[in-house]
Design a protein around this ligand. Structure first.
Ligand SMILES: *Cc1c(COP(=O)(O)O)cnc(C)c1O
Length: 438
């Protein structure tokens, strides 16, 4: 069990102090700074399987897995071997390779809505490029997104809702001029009447509707099946491209992504475009956007929509992604992963119920969320009613017991195929102790 390392002479503490002198906030991506939960971020020294070890040598059961990519756990032997082999053949060429073709073939085979795709280096880049392509392909400017969905940090997507449907969004970051987000309409997730109204007003001038089908950037909130069905119908009716941001859910919730989960309830369901990242790189910088041939052929050098990247389709990243995707196709992979993840959520829920603590959770495949409330929330505003001091106490209690959850209440969690029944049991035991002490 890890001691509290929040004070010197902890190495985590010393590294954080050093980092803060040179790197804004001491981190290269804000959530890592533990600002929401307080305390000292753990500086990771190494990771293996379901665990990582911090700079003080403490071991943690890792429920972040690099925010999703590490679906096989850390250091999977087949992936390590593929990456080692690729490294010896060169790091980057800036010229096409066979492995890019293989990865594209694999993704197209596994995700039926994708007929063509392009590889990029981050989810942000993929989402940003998908929007440009949607605008170029439709000749329209407006885009629709939903409050609580995150699509990376491109300017046009850093927006919160305006005061009404007639007004467009307001920037959520300094440095984004209001003019840049004037075409972005932000709607409430799972709100059918707002969706209807938005299409009635703006359908004919909207290029695309971008959505996280299972939203993992407001913890874990599913788009309801009727809501998704209506999104599809309205997009088709108005010539708006339905873009699924599956950077998190792609190959994480099922082999065919969240779209395959909706297709179970809505036969033949497909988005027009899909944005992928995280798992498809297996932990290396790799992402993609794809869709119908007609749309994708608008991209340079075939069509008029420009998009490029020096490191796009990087040979080491594609080796990592490809070997990861091959492991996922082994029989029973998602059944076992889904079962393990459900056992975590039901274990935590049971422990809370025994102690009379309000708690609920949900999961799909290897992605989960839990809430310190009685009922699963349907939108961002409800997620944000979470008692955040209570979440922070839970987070730190679990951290002290060697369990690493996301250091913010609006983030999803991830289980890998390396997590064992004993890991889940240890996690549930830690939570049981916390709940009992309340
Ligand atoms: C992580 C994420 C992104 C951004 O990906 P980066 O690789 O961090 O740029 C975009 N969309 C969703 C749904 C994500 O979860």
């Amino acid at each position: 069990m890890a001691p509290n390392t929040d004070t010197a002479p902890s190495r985590n503490f010393a590294l954080f102090e050093r980092a803060k002198k040179l790197i804004p906030g001491g981190v290269n991506s804000p959530v890592r700074a533990f600002k929401a939960v307080g305390g000292t971020p753990r500086f990771v020294q190494r990771a293996q399987g379901a665990y990582f070890w911090d700079a003080d040598g403490q071991r943690y059961i890792d429920y972040i897995g690099s925010w999703g990519p590490m679906i096989l756990g850390h250091g999977h032997p087949a992936v390590v071997e593929a990456v080692q082999k690729a490294v010896l053949e060169g790091f980057s060429y800036g010229a096409p390779t066979e492995r890019e073709v293989e990865l594209a073939e694999e993704i197209v085979r596994l995700v039926p809505s994708i007929e063509m795709l392009r590889l990029v280096s981050s989810g942000t880049e993929a989402a940003m490029s998908a929007i440009r392509l949607a605008r170029g392909a439709t000749g329209r400017s407006k885009i629709i997104k939903f409050e609580g969905c995150y699509h990376g940090h491109a300017d046009a997507l850093l927006v919160k809702a305006g005061s009404g449907l007639a007004t467009f969004g307001n920037p959520t970051s300094a440095g984004v001029p209001p003019e840049v987000v004037q075409h972005t309409l932000v709607l409430e997730y799972n709100n059918l009447s707002q969706l209807e109204e938005a299409f009635a007003l703006h359908g004919s001038s909207t290029a695309c509707l971008m959505i996280e089908p299972i939203a993992g950037n407001m913890n874990f909130v599913r788009a309801s099946v009727p809501f998704m069905q209506r999104c599809r119908e309205l997009c088709t009716q108005h010539g708006v491209l339905l873009v699924f941001d599956e950077v998190m859910t792609g190959f994480r919730v099922a082999l065919g992504g969240a779209q395959s989960v909706y297709a179970k309830y809505l036969p033949g369901f497909k988005p027009d475009m899909t944005v992928l990242g995280k798992v498809i790189g297996g932990g290396m910088p790799l992402a993609a956007f794809g869709g119908t041939r007609a749309v994708m052929e608008q991209l340079a050098p075939m069509g008029p929509v420009y998009q490029a990247g020096t490191l796009s389709g990087n040979p080491v990243a594609t080796a990592c992604g490809l070997s990861t995707l091959r492991e996922l196709q082994k029989p029973g992979f998602y059944e076992a992963l889904g079962e393990r993840t459900r056992s975590l959520v039901s274990g935590l829920t049971g422990a809370a119920a025994q102690a009379g603590v309000p708690f609920c959770g949900d999961s799909e495949g290897g992605m989960f969320g839990f809430f310190l409330m009685d009922k699963l929330p349907q939108n961002y505003a409800t997620v944000m009613t979470t008692d955040s001091p209570a979440f922070n106490r839970f987070f730190h209690a679990m951290l002290d017991k060697g369990v690493y959850y996301a250091p913010a209440l609006y983030e999803a969690g991830f289980v890998s195929s390396a997590h064992t029944a004993a890991d889940i049991e240890a996690t549930v035991d830690a939570a049981t102790q916390f709940f009992a002490a309340l």
